[in-house]
Ligand binder design. Structure first.
Ligand code: GUN
Length: 723
């Protein structure tokens, strides 16, 4: 979306049948780019809804549309309802005319006013009906605000009452998109309860409520806990809105956890106090000699010139600066989702504020290692700083990890120890540890002390060891890696200082890692290859065996078998069977280009970029025929485990879609009738019809719960149909 000076066309209404639907167009783990279909346009997410105070307008909503291309705003229906003049205009001309804004208008209900001022004097159904009458696109029910100082039972009552109000509200609003806020204070259990209860009702969007005081006190660890407990229990096919969250510093972390919408009054409120929002915190105009970032609104003024302006002009200018910075950070988040780097952006931002860093570390490391108290359910302790039980952290961490796709393209920049805790790296590790198994019985050789590509340094040597019983590993900055996978991302693509790969391994840790790969009780022989002079003789001497001839054929076969197991989830038996009669077409640089079966069919092609393996239709036919378990039924919610050895996941497509998918068209949500529980976004999947016949291969775009709940968007990107 570009910023411009002239007028912008009004939005087009979505198709009638799409009203209220949400689709994902791109993702990076749980972070998603999406589209919300409304009568006033299709809104791209993640996005910011600036708060419009109908009484005090700073930047005009029309300017937000025309100049900044802002596709949605939020205002307060209770404020309009209370104010005779505003109410009259809204009732007769509609809220879009009242605001002079053509895009999506969301309204809040008065709940926040009841939190700030005490009770509100409007009825539960009355405020929903009012929002419908004034033509809003998304209305909000009158939920009960849950404050951090409330006791467990007070919060539980509020959660139950909010669900009851939700039930009453959804039945009276047929064609109206409704916000169903998630409450639950600082109690993860109650957040989960609220999320599950509200998911059952016919809402379009779920805001996370009751977080304003948490953010005001900069309790970002609590915010992260609230977000995870809420989001991981919500139906995934609805956008999630962070109520009252407008500080750009928080966006990357929340987007990484699946936040889709933000609203900001901060851009105007902070401007009134002469404070500037930046992605790394807040700065005071009074202390600035130069701008921390030059945004269009301030580019022709210096901070001192702005200080000299009238209060009104100054507030307007700083509001624009704040809005521009906020929009820009969301652009950055969206771009990071496209490039698969949202977690790294969150990681970078976590260094901007100690409380944000604490939250980030809580997210990525077990809380038993941090100093956060366990959750106390005792009412008397309710106002204390509370944490989460370890079990819940693990569930949440699994939820984040399970949505990650791996292997990925491109380098993996080293960011210190944080690197080890990136969720997609954890996913890669889980695949390796659950699917790779040693096929040899001998000692373990660990080569260490040098940078990839390891094949250039010791490929010939490994060829000579290929027929021995030695199991060979290389040491990488992410841990040990079987040599058959030596070019696999992320292990082989760490971009960092040279000393990383050259550091002597901690052999205690290596033994632990070997244990996790199923290797115990074997001798470990570490060999430093920082200097490869005379390496062949040296190694045979260390091993006390006679030098061997090269067997590059065996090494190549091991490489393909290891990849079929780790990347396609085949059992070693099946992978070996497939490879037994295969031959290899080699590239000029000596790497495998294609794997061909004995009939000349092309089965697989290694991808040199990230060490992956592309599957052809012929390869898929072989794998399809090897499946032992029956086709999946429904969308079993047990997402745990990767079902090692059971092959790539199957997706069952219904008969309406079959002819299109066979022709190579993508599988759309709504046409998938079942999928295996180990389906993950980014994984190559085998697409079958209701008779379990292979009809195509493709790449899954969703998790099983998402396959079950989404009705719009691409479910599987088809690579090749089977006509
Ligand atoms: N605005 C900020 N927080 C909340 C909340 O919890 N509920 C509603 N309805 N609006 C809010």
């Amino acid at each position: 979306m570009k910023w411009q000076t002239g007028k912008r066309d009004n939005p087009q209404a979505c198709r009638d049948q799409d009203l209220g639907k949400f689709e994902i167009t791109n993702r990076d783990g749980q972070a998603r780019l999406g589209k919300i279909h409304t009568k006033h346009g299709i809104v791209q997410t993640p996005c910011l809804l600036p708060v419009i105070n109908p009484n005090i307008r700073t930047i005009e909503p029309r300017e937000m549309w025309d100049k900044y291309g802002i596709e949605a705003v939020i205002t307060n229906s209770y404020v309009i309802w209370k104010h005779d003049k505003l109410k009259k205009i809204a009732m007769s001309k509609g809220v879009h005319a009242l605001l002079d804004y053509p895009g999506m208008v969301m309204t809040d209900s008065g709940t926040f006013q009841s939190y700030v001022y005490g009770d509100v004097d409007v009825g539960i159904e009355e405020i929903v009906k009012f929002q419908e009458k004034i033509g809003v696109d998304v209305a909000t029910i009158l939920d009960i605000f849950t404050r951090p100082d409330m006791t467990y039972s007070q919060v539980e009552d509020a959660v139950n009452e909010t669900i009851k109000r939700g039930e009453k509200s959804v039945v009276i609003s047929d064609n109206l998109m409704l916000n169903g806020p998630i409450q639950g204070g600082i109690y993860p259990e109650l957040r989960a309860k609220s999320a599950k209860g509200m998911s059952e009702l016919n809402f379009s969007i779920h805001p996370i409520g009751g977080i304003v005081p948490v953010m005001e006190k900069q309790k970002y660890t609590q915010l992260a806990k609230i977000m995870l407990a809420s989001k991981s229990n919500l139906t995934p096919n609805r956008p999630v809105h962070m109520f009252g969250c407008g500080h750009p510093m928080l966006f990357p972390m929340l987007v990484a956890m699946g936040a889709d919408l933000f609203d900001s009054a901060a851009y105007a409120l902070f401007a009134r106090d002469g404070r500037l929002l930046t992605p790394w915190g807040t700065e005071k105009l009074s202390e600035l000699e130069e701008w921390p970032i030059i945004m269009p609104s301030v580019s022709s003024f210096s901070p001192s010139e702005v200080r000299e302006m009238s209060r009104e002009d100054r507030t307007m200018l700083i509001s624009k600066f704040n809005l521009e910075v906020t929009l820009q950070e969301l652009s950055r988040c969206r771009q990071a989702i496209r490039s698969g780097t949202i977690w790294r952006l969150a990681e970078k931002r976590s260094h901007e504020h100690p409380a944000l860093r604490e939250a980030f570390l809580w997210l990525t490391t077990n809380p038993s290692k941090s100093k956060i108290e366990p959750l106390i359910l005792d009412e008397t302790n309710a106002s204390q700083e509370t944490g989460q039980e370890q079990g819940r952290w693990e569930e949440n961490w699994d939820w984040l990890v399970n949505a990650q796709s791996t292997p990925r393209n491109g380098g993996e920049p080293w960011g210190g120890n944080d690197t080890l805790n990136r969720p997609h790296i954890e996913m890669a590790r889980r695949k390796l540890r659950s699917r790779w198994r040693s096929q040899k019985n001998g000692d373990v050789i660990l080569f260490y002390g040098t940078t990839p590509p390891w094949r250039d340094k010791i490929g010939d040597l490994v060829d000579r060891l290929a027929e021995t019983e030695h199991e060979i590993f290389v040491q990488t900055p992410l841990g040990i890696l079987p040599f058959g996978l030596e070019d696999l991302n992320p292990w082989a693509h760490i971009e960092g200082p040279n000393w990383l790969e050259k550091t002597k391994p901690d052999f205690g840790l290596v033994q632990e890692e070997l244990g996790l790969l199923g290797i115990t009780g074997r001798k470990l022989i570490p060999i430093d290859i920082s200097n490869t002079d005379d390496i062949h003789n040296r190694v045979f001497e260390i091993l006390s065996i006679e030098p061997r001839e090269k067997s590059s054929e065996t090494r190549k076969r091991t490489q393909i078998i290891d990849k079929l197991c780790v990347l396609y989830n085949l059992s070693y038996q099946d992978a070996t069977k497939i490879c037994k009669d295969s031959s290899f077409v080699m590239s000029r640089t000596g790497r495998i280009r294609n794997v061909i079966d004995s009939y000349g069919n092309h089965l697989f092609s290694p991808r040199l970029g990230e060490g992956g393996l592309s599957l052809t239709l012929e390869g898929a036919k072989k794998i399809h025929a090897l499946r032992k378990r029956g086709p999946p039924v429904g969308f079993n919610q047990d997402n745990s485990g990767l079902h090692a050895g059971e092959g790539p996941p199957w997706i069952v497509v219904d008969s309406d879609a079959e002819p299109f998918v066979r022709k190579g068209r993508n599988v759309m949500h709504g046409f998938v009738s079942a999928c295996d529980v180990w389906t993950r976004p980014g994984e190559t999947v085998i697409i079958v019809n209701e008779k379990a016949e292979l009809i195509a291969i493709g790449r899954a775009q969703a998790t099983p719960t998402e396959f079950e709940s989404f009705t719009k968007g691409i479910a599987v990107k088809v690579r090749e149909g089977h006509p």
